[in-house]
Write a protein that binds this ligand. Sequence first.
Ligand code: SAM
Length: 198
Amino acid sequence: MAWYSWFSTIYDQALEDLYAPHRERAFSELNAGHRKVLLLPCGTGQDITPLLPRLAPDADILCMDLDPGMLAKARARGSSGCRFVQAPASELCSHVEAESLDLVVFSLGLSVVPEHESVLREALSRLRPGGQCLIFDCWAERRNLNSWPVEWMAQADLSRTPFRILEAECSDYAFHPLKDAQPLRFGGQLYVATGTRV
Ligand SMILES: C[S@@+](CC[C@H](N)C(=O)[O-])C[C@H]1O[C@@H](n2cnc3c(N)ncnc32)[C@H](O)[C@@H]1O
């Protein structure tokens, strides 16, 4: 069984309450009313409920993830506007047309997917000019005592800095450390970074 298929059996119980307030805070950085949305990787769908009130009522949300176990949980909580695709993030261009999206959300994903820099660049190319990208993730500029367990459990690399790509390639770049999130609990600093495609 793949790691995340096993993890999917306890993921929501273990992590949903811990991350929920910080997810909400991160999504408060979104512009209102986006319609065509990519959620990558969607995991068990913990983003869906807090995202919906910030999107257009007829929003079309493409939820992509590599793992069937995580996707099965996401499907169970998806709304009518959600579509689900099981695919590696590296194949996103096969599933999304260029300049077609209003919003891309990467939640706790770019620290996990192997080809994170090319995936982010490809996602930006799928945004329409004026479209928004949001990264909600964890950054260990210096690893703390909990970084290794978190990296092991999530198969993540918390030293990654994908927000630098947003800074270089987008307008309206903003980076906010989520100050209520204790770095020792998360293995690093939770943050939200946003940018607008030029
Ligand atoms: C830490 S979870 C985050 C899930 C969700 N975004 C959240 O915030 O709860 C990381 C997710 O990345 C997915 N994943 C790992 N490697 C991937 C890849 N190469 N392509 C797509 N998804 C991948 C896993 O299946 C898992 O659902």
